[in-house]
Design a protein. Structure first.
Length: 137
């Protein structure tokens, strides 16, 4: 009778504590959130013609979860987003760049919304019509 009582207590204890075997496939999986930003864009370059700036950068080939890139133009010490949603390509055209030395920043964004640090380029923008091509005025 003692053996039967001990077995009943052991079974009851296992039921109350939730013990299960290592082969239990009903246990919930813990998913770790992605908090790692993608790689910083490389080879960022920019050229201006009149007040239009063409920016280019190398494609990100290291992050499978890459959504795209964000482009910013510096206004003093503040970065102004030119692309509220990430762009999927590796170029961007700013059609209304201000005259002078303009700093642009490009970042990478992944599917979890993580954004990389930026790579920057400075472009010298000459405003107004091109004096060498009067037909473009």
């Amino acid at each position: 009778m003692k053996t039967l009582t001990l077995i009943a207590i052991a079974v009851l204890a296992m039921g109350l504590t939730g013990c299960s075997s290592d082969n239990d496939t009903t246990a919930p999986l813990v998913q770790v959130p992605d908090t790692a930003p993608p790689a910083v864009p490389t080879l960022v370059d920019g050229h201006a013609r009149d007040s239009v700036v063409q920016l280019t950068w190398a494609p990100n080939t290291t992050d499978a979860d890459l959504v795209g890139y964000k482009v910013y133009r510096m206004a003093g010490d503040r970065a102004v987003s030119l692309t509220p949603a990430p762009v999927s390509g590796t170029s961007y055209q700013d059609p209304a760049a201000p005259a002078g030395a303009v700093e642009y920043r490009v970042t990478s964004v992944d599917t979890s919304g993580n954004e990389s640090s930026y790579q920057s380029v400075q472009v010298n923008v000459v405003g107004g019509p091109n004096p060498y091509h009067p037909q473009h005025q």
